[in-house]
Design a protein around this ligand. Structure first.
Ligand SMILES: [Zn+2]
Ligand SMILES: [Zn+2]
Length: 373
């Protein structure tokens, strides 16, 4: 099969608009090969894209699903290094915004939405817009900003051509009822804090920042090492320690103390990262442990008269691991919460579980009070 060669004149003609993608489309149905501008492609049906959004929605919510699409397409955008090298070989040196517009002119002409236009550009900020994107059309029924595909894709393209980190944001979206999809890209680094804050506020999910290298025996969460532990750890620990020191000491003393220390050190780590406000520290710790599978926070109440904080949790992994019991059994969780609250406020705190799923209550409920002695 003879392939058409693409050279500098072709690229310049595309940029100027004298030629378009149709002159560079090759379809060889007999061989099952289609290429566009020299790149192997295949039809990209709307139901594939919808399936990807909905797959993420199943384990997250819609807002977080859009972020997962952004993460995926960022990797797609990183592939732009190939086109960039090709242009350089042809003696074409495009500025980042020019490269971005060329790359998306080729995408737009292949069905990825309306043409893009440049709104403004400087060394560290590029603003572009389009009437609609492929995903804003396909996912229009979500009636919210949905263009994670383009945010991530463009971030990746800009990263690839500049070798620096770009952060994109969609500020208006056609799917949310806007008259265009407009994107702002800023060249800047992203700190640990920014990502952790995103998790705390529910704008990002922990899944985005989890990197699993199972074959190397390593897992990191926002670049910090973490481990995965089977939930039965709670029952196995309780079982072995009860045999040694008795059930009361194992649960109420050893487990409680050990996990209190874990909560304390976790808050110390957040503080080292620059998070200072006590309630923010608590919310962040609960958001992290929650998303790591420990529990789901139902609510947090503060009783001013009794100076008592009540934390209500659902899906306590500890209660579910230990099974039915006639008294509250989440000793590790009690300790963890006591450690978190006491170090966040720098006071001594007593944690006590007052309701527990393992004894038939709907939720596990923890009381945290100042410890006076
Ligand atoms: Zn949009
Ligand atoms: Zn419980």
């Amino acid at each position: 099969m003879e392939r058409k060669k693409i050279d500098r004149n072709d690229i310049e003609a595309v940029i100027k608009g004298d030629k378009d993608i149709t002159q560079f489309l090759e379809i060889h149905p007999g061989e099952g090969i289609t290429s566009a501008f020299g790149v192997r492609t295949s039809s990209n049906p709307n139901y594939l894209l919808r399936a990807m959004y909905e797959m993420n929605e199943r384990s997250l919510n819609r807002k977080l699903a859009v972020q997962m699409m952004r993460k995926l397409y960022r990797s797609v955008g990183m592939g732009a290094t190939g086109l960039n090298m090709f242009l350089k070989k042809q003696g074409l040196e495009l500025k980042p915004h020019e490269f971005l517009l060329l790359a998306f002119k080729l995408q737009h002409q292949q069905g990825w939405g309306a043409p893009f236009e440049l709104v403004s550009q400087s060394d560290d900020k590029i603003v572009v817009k389009t009437k609609y994107t492929f995903e804003s059309d396909v996912m229009k029924d979500w009636a919210m900003p949905v263009c994670g595909v383009h945010v991530g894709w463009m971030e990746g393209v800009l990263d690839a051509v500049t070798g620096k980190n770009w952060v994109g944001e969609e500020i208006t979206c056609h799917a949310a009822g806007g008259d265009a999809c407009e994107f702002v890209f800023t060249q800047r680094g992203v700190t640990w804090n920014e990502r952790a804050e995103g998790i705390r506020k529910g704008e990002r999910s922990l899944t985005e920042f989890l990197e699993l290298k199972p074959l190397e025996g390593k897992i990191t969460l926002i670049e910090e090492p973490v481990i995965m532990v089977p939930r039965m750890l709670f029952s196995s620990m309780m079982g072995s320690m009860s045999k040694i020191v008795g059930e009361a000491a194992a649960g109420g003393v050893i487990n409680y103390r050990a996990y209190m220390e874990l909560g304390t050190q976790n808050i110390a780590f957040f503080m080292k990262m620059g998070i200072k406000v006590p309630n923010t520290l608590i919310d962040m710790a609960l958001a992290f442990y929650g998303q790591m599978g420990w529990f789901k926070v139902v609510k947090m109440d503060w009783n001013e008269a009794k100076k008592e904080k009540i934390i209500t949790l659902d899906n306590s992994a500890e209660a579910e691991s230990l099974g039915k019991n006639d008294k509250p059994s989440c000793h590790c969780t009690s300790g963890l919460l006591a450690g978190i609250v006491s170090s966040a406020f720098n006071v001594r705190v007593q944690g006590k579980e007052i309701k527990c799923k393992s004894k038939g209550d709907q939720y596990c409920e923890f009381s945290l009070t100042n410890k006076t002695e």
